[in-house]
Design a binder for this molecule. Sequence first.
Ligand SMILES: Cc1ncc(C[n+]2csc(CCOP(=O)(O)OP(=O)(O)O)c2C)c(N)n1
Length: 332
Amino acid sequence: MAKKPTKSPGSKSDAELNRAFLRSMLLQRRFEERSAEAYALGKIGGFCHLYIGQEAISTGALSVLRPDDYVVTAYRDHGQALARGMTPRAVMAELFGRRDGCSGGKGGSMHLFDAKLNFLGGHGIVGSHIPLATGVAFAIKYRGGDQVCLCFFGEAAVNIGAFHEALNMAGLWKVPAVFIIENNRYGMGTAVSRAMANEDVNARAATYNIPAESVDAQDVFAVRDAVTRAVDLARAEKTPTLLEMRTYRFMGHSMSDAVSGTYRTKAELEQEMRRDPIILLHNHMTEAGEIDDAAYAKLDEEIKAEVQDAWDFADASPEPELEELYAHVVVD
Ligand SMILES: Cc1ncc(C[n+]2csc(CCOP(=O)(O)OP(=O)(O)O)c2C)c(N)n1
């Protein structure tokens, strides 16, 4: 955490940027803590995968993008949706299955979409969206644009055929995509070492002639630096990159899993929680004299109020009408 952040061209000072990062990560954290509570109260149905512990990835990576760039992601999508600029109200209403949710209440936790933000979801089938990202990036190049497409997925998706087909084509056609592996070391209840013949996920990149990098993803500055390099390469030279973000999820796989699960030790979890990305950034800002306890507490209170507002909004929003059942759905 010694490094200074890379600033956006002509934008915020380091202190302002750090504060924006802290705000973004805390918003995701508080939002999901309340989501867990809402799930336990039965206000959220279906699946719900929390992102707690991984917030430096969404925050650092999406801070690099322009509004006209594209984002495609998997089912652990709340943090990325918020970091991309979706409102807590629209996300919470979607989790509650209500009409004012970003997908009209019919998508739920795993299917957050916002076409205006070029946020292309929220996909529940492991690895299924990676070819979509290659397709989006191909379309950008075909049309002569200079946008990029960022694609997030878990390390288990690296074992899926779609990953290999998509990376082969991306490498062959040289499309402006950045593939981000969020390596939290577990796919559901299975450790990487029990599921992968070669745990070096970046080794796959060389097969497809794609550059790769591994990043300490609890450090928001390291994430931002690596994604800046990859996005610059994609924009200028239409070269894709594979980035392994080394992280850890603090919660179970989903709300159907215990908080820690039975597949890892409590000691491991406690050890990893010492590298909470929010604590690391907070410590850095405290040492730099950019925040004190009172300012942190005030920020936290503001964010908690914003999340409470999202909860109230979602609770008051009506359910979708019955006639909506077949709208936007392929039924034949
Ligand atoms: C093709 C497919 N197989 C199995 C599942 C069931 N499943 C859902 S999540 C998951 C684990 C994925 O782990 P990873 O990609 O590492 O992401 P993480 O949950 O750790 O973020 C599995 C096996 C699925 N959704 N799709």
